[in-house]
Design a protein around this ligand. Structure first.
Ligand code: AHR
Length: 512
């Protein structure tokens, strides 16, 4: 039976709450949370690249290195971005990499047909992206053009980026264009959303196309191998996963993608900031669906790959709302509130807890697009609540997952309920344990009692991200409205840890 707890609110009002219970199995860690779960995504879309990452190498007003904003580099380094996916998205299957290398004056322009038909001048191309990844300390993940490209074009891109000097005309071109040595790109996507903007293919057809493209992408030596990611399912398209697992030869792929957005209704997405509790609830229901999607796609993968050698890469996820009033509808620029912090915290807990199969995830998208971690306006930047959640959670990167059993209260709106509290825990290389807790309940604080098995801790400290309104956000006028604060509400009593999580808050605890 659940324990009931009496809490006294700020006004002296008494609340009676059932207690949430978590069992931390600190001695049972075995799987590592791949740091790439904390990955990002940068598409040539709206102001993600141009104005977001890149302001041009002749820009004298915004501090930059080779055109890449220094404020952005600094913020993303603090986030410890492990991997960055580029150049799309839908854009990837229209992108011809040869247009984006060489002297900028000679690079042809194109129309960005997916995102507003704006002119793409190709001034940010392969060299700019890969050099930027080096600056960031992030691993590049290149999304290849399978929809409108050729196997030769993709094979050449691998050679241009990664093969040893002198081994092909492509590597000569690389040297001619100013890069003395290869970058060595490991992660390659073979198309994006092949079921939609990537060619509207049936999975049976895509499986054959995939095999053809994969055949000609070659490693640069015997030990460093390319890692190939097939364009994966949308949401609950389990047939897509089943066919790929059946039809792709094991030696030709390393991971399957999966895309899932938290959208209320594709035809009526609603405002990013001006939303009701009912709309919030639907968004969270969509976000928490990630648990079921990963479980079911993984179960299919388990049938063909019980040893879990192949990964699930959730290479697009996040909240999707209406664009901000007065902005270009094709640019997908949206503000970021505490609702987004809830999506981020709850989703990252799901990824952590499934780290035996999920080895990479890429939040859509890094800057100025969808659930961004950074918003820019001329020379100003904002770090969003989502940024802060990802920064608080980066303690889990490459740490060992500690299994939890969570018994949570319900968060109820109308006739529907969701699990209020979600959590994940890990032990890092220095033996420090971190527990991340999210309370999505918009009204009620959630008291949590944590039973610790298999370890004894001497101290607990914590950080919290919270605000007084779910709809709050960081603006250019008030960029520091929502920032993580020290949290001293956790109490450690031998093998018991007690904590109360305020409504719509994220708490990360550190146990030593
Ligand atoms: O992230 C925006 C778009 O959403 C991507 O280009 C596409 O892959 C997805 O449909």
């Amino acid at each position: 039976m659940k324990k009931l707890l009496l809490l006294v609110g700020a006004t002296g009002t008494h609340f009676l709450f059932a207690q949430n219970n978590i069992v931390l199995n600190a001695g049972n860690g075995k799987d590592v949370i791949d740091k790439n779960i904390y990955g990002h995504f940068a598409e040539h879309l709206g102001h993600c690249i141009y104005g977001g990452f890149y302001v041009g190498d002749t820009n004298k007003t915004i501090p930059n290195k080779d055109g890449v904003r220094l404020d952005v580099i600094d913020a993303l380094k603090k986030l410890k971005v492990p991997v960055l996916r580029w150049p799309g998205g839908c854009f990837a299957d229209t992108y011809h990499w040869r247009d984006g290398v060489g002297p900028k004056k000679e690079r042809p322009s194109m129309l960005n047909i997916w995102w507003g038909n704006v002119k793409e001048d190709n001034s940010f191309g392969t060299n700019e992206f890969l050099n930027m990844c080096e600056q960031l300390g992030a691993e590049p993940y290149l999304s290849g053009n399978v929809g409108s490209g050729t196997p030769q074009e993709l094979a050449d891109w691998v050679k241009y980026t990664s093969h040893p000097n002198g081994s092909s005309p492509m590597t000569d071109l690389r040297q001619q264009y100013g890069r003395p040595n290869p970058w060595k790109v490991r992660l390659w996507g073979l198309g994006n959303e092949a079921w939609g903007c990537g060619g509207n293919m049936k999975v049976e057809h895509y499986a054959n196309v995939y095999r053809q493209y994969a055949t000609f992408m070659t490693n640069w030596n015997n030990s460093d191998r390319i890692y190939r990611i097939a364009s994966g399912a949308s949401d609950d398209d389990y047939h897509w996963t089943e066919v790929l697992m059946k039809e792709l030869p094991a030696n030709m792929f390393d991971a399957l993608g999966l895309h899932h957005y938290s959208v209320i209704d594709w035809n009526k997405k609603s405002s990013a900031t001006n939303f009701s509790e009912e709309e919030y609830f639907i968004t969270m229901k969509k976000a928490l669906l990630m648990e079921e999607l990963i479980t079911k796609h993984s179960a299919i993968m388990d049938k063909y790959d019980p040893q879990k050698k192949k990964a699930l890469a959730v290479d697009e996820w996040g909240g999707w709302y209406d664009v901000e009033p007065g902005t270009n509808g094709a640019f997908l620029f949206q503000q970021n509130t505490m609702r987004d912090a809830m999506i981020a915290g709850a989703t990252l807990n799901i990824f952590n807890n499934h780290c035996d199969r999920v080895k990479m995830a890429n939040l859509a998208q890094a800057i100025n697009v969808l659930q961004a971690v950074i918003l820019t306006r001329e020379d100003k930047i904002i770090l969003t609540p989502t940024y802060h959640v990802m920064e608080m959670y980066n303690v889990h990167q490459d740490a060992t997952l500690l299994p939890l059993q969570v018994t949570s209260n319900k968060y109820t709106v109308g006739k529907e309920s969701l699990t209020a509290v979600s959590a994940s825990a890990s032990k890092d290389k220095n033996g420090v344990t971190h527990i991340s807790l999210v309370n999505i309940d918009a009204k009620n604080p959630q008291p949590v009692s944590i039973d610790i098995n298999g370890a004894s801790y001497k101290s607990v400290t914590g950080r919290i991200l919270t605000s007084d309104k779910l709809q709050n956000y960081n603006s250019f006028d008030n960029p520091g409205k929502i920032v993580p604060k020290t949290y001293s509400g956790a109490q450690l009593n031998g093998p018991k840890l007690s904590v109360t999580i305020p409504p719509f808050s994220v708490v990360v605890l550190e146990l030593k």
